[in-house]
Design a binder for this molecule. Structure first.
Ligand SMILES: Nc1ncnc2c1ncn2[C@@H]1O[C@H](COP(=O)(O)OP(=O)(O)OP(=O)(O)O)[C@@H](O)[C@H]1O
Length: 270
């Protein structure tokens, strides 16, 4: 099919195609459809309990929807194990930080590389040179992540001793260390002060622009969402209310009625 310019429309990197998810009697997602295009920042917004995290869990393989398909680069990933999905190039961060708190920042980032490590203990012992070369290559990528996120000074610090805002930055770093093509971020700015939020927004834009990662982001701060996103999907009670540019979503009467008018327009954040 050709678009109005006569060109073929871009192929989506991720297709959410009629996804429904039930927990017993609770319908968390109901026939949700939208596409995420390569190189974009796609936000998912909606009130508490709208199904945002459930959708991220379906994409990363933690939940298995009863209906629908989720295609990454054209391949249906529903039913695949989370580590398999991660290996395809999808990384995520969690709402509550999930790092190894007793380990250093560097070790946590190196763990992010483990899905790409080929030398196991045995083969690494037999082919020592290969394992060493592999280790050096992984370290180089981790060093790039450290530079990008400006965390050089805390590289040897134990994660559990760091302030919350820095822990969130390290969590982003661990996901980035996986060299993902698609990065799923669940409330990366939750609990941050405005300066920390500004830093995080800048890092997310850098990851998108300099590293070329496509980003799906759940975020409650409407100012940030409207500033950095190319596209915003709005969920309510598991239904997709709207999906479009920040301007389209901002002026959509359904959205204003159901969500923004009630919770955010009042605060005149945008
Ligand atoms: N593991 C689970 N077992 C049972 N119900 C669940 C489970 N996970 C989510 N739900 C339910 O699914 C619905 C959607 O929850 P979800 O956490 O996806 O919403 P959300 O939009 O991410 O909310 P929040 O903004 O509060 O994080 C809610 O009614 C929730 O109680």
């Amino acid at each position: 099919m050709l678009n109005s310019n006569g060109a073929a429309p871009p192929t989506p990197l991720l297709e959410i195609d009629g996804v429904s998810l039930d927990f017993g009697g609770v319908r968390a997602l109901s026939n949700v459809h939208f596409n995420v295009y390569s190189g974009t920042i796609q936000a998912i917004i909606g009130p508490n309990g709208a199904g945002k995290t459930s959708l991220l869990n379906c994409i990363s393989g933690l939940y298995r929807p009863q209906h629908g398909a989720i295609r990454f680069e054209g391949r249906n990933i529903v039913g695949m194990a989370p580590h398999h999905i991660a290996r395809l190039g999808i990384a995520r961060s969690f709402q509550n930080i999930e790092l190894f708190r007793h380990m250093t920042v560097l070790d946590n980032l190196m763990l992010g590389r483990h899905i790409h490590m080929r030398s196991g203990v045995l083969s690494g012992g037999v082919y020592w040179g290969r394992a060493q070369r592999e280790e050096i290559a992984h370290r180089e990528i981790v060093e790039q992540v450290i530079d990008l996120l400006e965390i050089q000074s805390i590289r040897k610090k134990v994660v559990g001793a760091l302030p919350y805002g820095l822990q969130k930055r390290v969590e982003l770093g661990r996901a980035l260390a996986m060299s993902p093509r698609l990065l799923l971020l669940d409330e990366p700015m939750a609990g941050m002060n405005s300066e920390e939020k500004e830093d995080m927004a800048r890092f997310i834009l850098d990851v998108n622009e300099e590293w070329g990662a496509t980003i799906v982001l759940i975020e409650h701060d409407m100012g940030v969402v409207m500033d950095i996103s190319d596209c915003v999907a709005v969920l309510e009670f598991g239904l997709l209310l709207a999906n479009g540019s920040p301007d389209e979503v901002r002026s959509d009467p359904k959205v204003i009625d159901a969500y923004l008018g009630r919770e955010h327009a009042v605060r005149q954040e945008w």
